[in-house]
Design a protein around this ligand. Structure first.
Ligand SMILES: NC(=O)c1ccc[n+]([C@@H]2O[C@H](COP(=O)([O-])OP(=O)(O)OC[C@H]3O[C@@H](n4cnc5c(N)ncnc54)[C@H](OP(=O)(O)O)[C@@H]3O)[C@@H](O)[C@H]2O)c1
Length: 299
């Protein structure tokens, strides 16, 4: 499992694959985190908004893990309008830990137009020692530029949606991350399997999986790793979790990556065209409705 930790711009080392707890119901969360830790995951990603931090904390306690032996990320999601300070304190309490390894602004939307102000609160939490590293999620290049123009501590990561169907529009952001020494964290890398089966990525994905003698989900994880991203993923099954970790052994060729990128961009273009056609359809329908109403009124 050569998923080697990556060094962050604050000097700390982040494990490059993590188990995420989004959408895991409270009642299953502790056992699923237990299973992930048993399989070998040492990086857990959760969020205030997932409403399962207590169960994550329960699993950590049950496992008897030494605090230094696992990486714990949670996010300020603005639940109930709470600001980062209060949210972080509540997350620490729920997770049952003294500090977080990484605390993220879940979305720039939460900053309500004041990215510097929200980031200042994150920096305060860092200085108080409650969080060892700070970062962001779902930030665009423009959002990051706003933050970087005023921060005194740089974000260490930006956690973003990353899969072949968004690679075309995400490439500039990945380049910006690299130039600024901000690590990319990828979520929903398995989107082509979970949410867009039958799309143009399927064919090269299955072919590449067969060539390497691995599963398609492992190829997508290897693809995200090849984009220099830390991969956040999840599964209910032990077999899949083992497969995810084993994906660290897969080396995709440049041709494999190019084929997946090309198919993803094709799917992306199709989606853009469908979106445009829908917008045009809506405008035409609205126009027809206005015309009919005017006719009805005899105007
Ligand atoms: N910052 C953010 O805004 C944000 C947003 C979304 C996610 N995240 C983080 O990223 C983590 C992972 O997100 P994600 O769940 O979207 O990740 P993902 O890795 O794309 O998807 C995981 C899912 O893929 C399924 N899967 C695996 N192999 C499959 C296959 N061959 N065919 C069909 N389904 C397959 C698994 O189902 P089984 O359980 O059945 O194996 C699992 O539910 C989250 O838990 C969260 O921590 C962050």
């Amino acid at each position: 499992m050569p998923f080697k930790p990556v060094q962050l711009n604050d000097g700390r080392y982040l494990p490059t694959i993590g188990f995420g707890t989004w959408k895991i119901p409270k009642e299953n969360c502790a056992s699923q985190v237990d299973q992930a830790v048993d399989v070998g995951f040492d990086h857990i990603d959760t969020a205030q908004a997932y409403r399962n931090e207590e169960e994550v904390g329960q699993a950590i306690k049950e496992q008897g893990l030494a605090r230094k032996d696992f990486w714990l990320t949670t996010k300020w999601s603005g639940v109930d309008g709470k600001q980062p300070k209060q949210s972080c304190e509540e997350s620490l309490e729920k997770l049952g830990v003294e500090y977080l390894d990484l605390y993220l602004i879940h979305s720039p939307r939460l900053c309500q137009g004041d990215i510097p102000g929200s980031w200042k609160q994150m920096e305060d939490l860092y200085r108080e020692g409650k969080v060892k590293s700070i970062g962001v999620s779902n930030f665009s290049v423009e959002d990051l530029q706003t933050l970087l123009a005023s921060c005194s501590i740089k974000p260490v990561v930006n956690q973003i949606l990353l899969h072949p169907y968004v690679i075309g529009r995400t490439e500039p952001l990945l380049e910006f991350h690299a130039a600024q020494h901000i690590v990319t964290e990828a979520y929903s890398a398995l989107f082509p399997l979970t949410s867009q089966p039958g799309g143009p990525v399927d064919k090269p994905l299955n072919k590449i999986a067969e060539k390497h003698g691995v599963k398609p989900e492992q190829v997508l994880i290897a693809w995200a790793s090849a984009k220099k991203a830390v991969v956040l993923t999840t599964s209910r099954t032990k077999e899949r979790l083992e497969g995810y970790l084993a994906a660290g052994d897969i080396t995709l060729s440049e041709d494999d990556i190019a084929e997946l990128d090309k198919a993803g961009k094709k799917g992306e273009q199709k989606q853009v065209m469908v979106k445009k056609a829908r917008t045009v359809g809506r405008v035409v329908l609205a126009g027809a409705a206005v015309y009919a109403a005017l006719r009805l009124l005899g105007l």
